[in-house]
Design a protein around this ligand. Structure first.
Ligand code: AMP
Length: 446
């Protein structure tokens, strides 16, 4: 499958080549032709699947194919729950549309209205907005929505969670009835279906969410822990049964290496597998793990995809994955063939939002048990405003400036988020401590 075969214009193909995108992701392959044909679309896809390009590319193509006269009034409106997403979508739209004459602007709260009003006055083709601030502009009559041809509801489920339904209704009520509507959501939950019924006309459906089924023999547990104490807690957990084979997931390659060095310092036999290791090193690590020469294998998601390990008693998420589906892939390695398995996740406050996504995807409870001696300094939040690490953000426990995202993203173009700092600094000055109250993690711990 190629971008050409989806019917995209040469100017877009050029921009995609410059971005280094070799082929469409499944959501792009499914959505782009449907949108180009002008149909309404309901797409189940999460962040990380390439969904932004799935709507931006055909949107840009449709807009660029119609010449407009006079000052530009917005012809496409993208609604998204947060200002970060709005900014990220705008960056992507500009990257993909760089060889076209299509303009875009963002509208979100927390900044002055003045510059937004000026940008709207100058004229723009695409408005990327959060619902609350857009309603402010509507009230002040600083935006004209009468020419909107295409409406995109991005992360519709999150917008509903955040209480934007009244704003959405108001906005959609002000748009022309004759338009194309595209809705993207992590799930097709009943409230999303009902939104689609109200706002869309016989939408086509595209879904790339893999079946979110996990073996019923797996029990899920979370140990909440500060980012700066995760390594101590991992040692503590591993020392409960030092003969047990444990597969540990790290979000980044560098994090995996650091973790292995740390575990080795405390006498554990561990190895890492990730994309920077040679095939030989990976094969050896896997063979050592299978034969029991090492008891802890630390893997990144991509490296773990292809590994074939029959049965593991425990999978530990040292970091939660950025994309909830990866959780399902990870724990698919335990609880196989009717045996009981445990999926244990060490979750810091900063990862609360990721835990929330996972709970939603699994649609089942996950036991949250604090370990004495590892109490959290900032509690987990599972509400709509739960924090989540930004794409590409360095791990709080990491100190290296060179570390990147391991590659849930098909291409390393993810915005480099700012460090949230907290865990990073806490870790930088941190002395090795023995778990308070718990027994020492291993005999060799100081
Ligand atoms: P999204 O799901 O829209 O947040 O996109 C996730 C990431 O994938 C972004 O960093 C995009 O730049 C990147 N991406 C999107 N489509 C492709 C593609 N076809 N090939 C490679 N990377 C892509």
């Amino acid at each position: 499958m190629s971008f050409e075969s989806l019917g995209l214009a040469p100017a877009l193909l050029r921009a995609l080549a410059e971005q280094g995108y070799a082929e469409p992701t499944p959501i792009q392959a499914g959505a782009i032709p449907v949108v180009l044909e002008g149909h309404d679309l309901m797409a189940a896809a999460q962040t990380g699947t390439g969904k932004t390009a799935a709507f931006s590319l055909p949107l840009l193509q449709r807009l660029s194919s119609v010449q407009t006269k006079g000052p530009r009034k917005p012809r496409a409106l993208v609604l998204t729950p947060t200002r970060e997403l709005a900014a990220q979508i705008n960056d992507n739209v500009r990257d993909y549309g760089k060889h076209l004459h299509v303009s875009s602007t963002t509208i979100f709260g927390g900044v002055g209205m003045g510059p937004q009003i000026q940008a709207l006055r100058r004229g723009t083709d695409i408005v990327i907005a959060t619902p609350g601030r857009l309603v402010d502009h509507m009230q002040q009559r600083t935006i004209d929505l009468s020419q909107i041809d295409v409406l995109v509801l991005d992360e519709a489920d999150r917008m509903l969670d955040m209480g934007f339904l009244p704003s959405l209704k108001r906005i959609v009520g002000a748009l022309p009835k004759k338009r194309q509507t595209l809705l993207f959501s992590a799930t097709f939950a009943p409230e999303i279906k009902s939104l689609a019924m109200q706002f869309m006309q016989s939408p086509h459906e595209v879904s790339v969410t893999p079946a979110n089924t996990v073996a019923s023999t797996v029990s899920h547990q979370v140990h909440p822990v500060d980012a700066s104490r995760k390594r101590d807690l991992l040692l503590h957990v591993l020392s409960q049964d030092s003969r047990r084979q444990s597969l540990v997931f790290s979000r980044t390659k560098h994090g995996a290496d650091k973790l292995v060095r740390h575990l080795e310092q405390f006498g554990l036999r561990a190895a890492a597998i990730h994309g920077n290791k040679s095939q030989n090193a990976r094969t050896r690590a896997l063979a050592d793990f299978k034969s029991g020469r090492i008891t802890v294998l630390v893997a990144t998601d991509i490296a773990a995809r292809g590994i074939d390990i029959d049965q593991l008693p425990i999978v530990i998420n040292f970091d939660l994955p950025m994309v909830a589906e990866d959780y399902v892939h990870r724990i698919g390695r335990t609880g196989r063939a009717g045996a009981n398995g445990l999926a244990l996740s060490l979750v810091s406050h900063e990862e609360s939002g990721l835990l929330r996504d996972i709970r939603k995807l699994l649609n089942q409870e996950i036991a949250i048990n604090e370990v004495p001696g590892f109490e959290l300094s900032a509690p987990l939040r599972l509400d709509a405003h739960a924090p989540r690490p930004k794409p590409g953000q360095r791990q709080p426990q990491s100190r290296s400036p060179r570390q990147g995202n391991n590659g849930h993203r098909p291409h390393g173009h993810a915005q480099q988020g700012k460090n949230n700092g907290a865990g990073e600094h806490a870790m930088g000055n941190r002395k090795r401590r023995r778990p308070r109250g718990g027994k020492p993690a291993t005999g060799t711990q100081r």
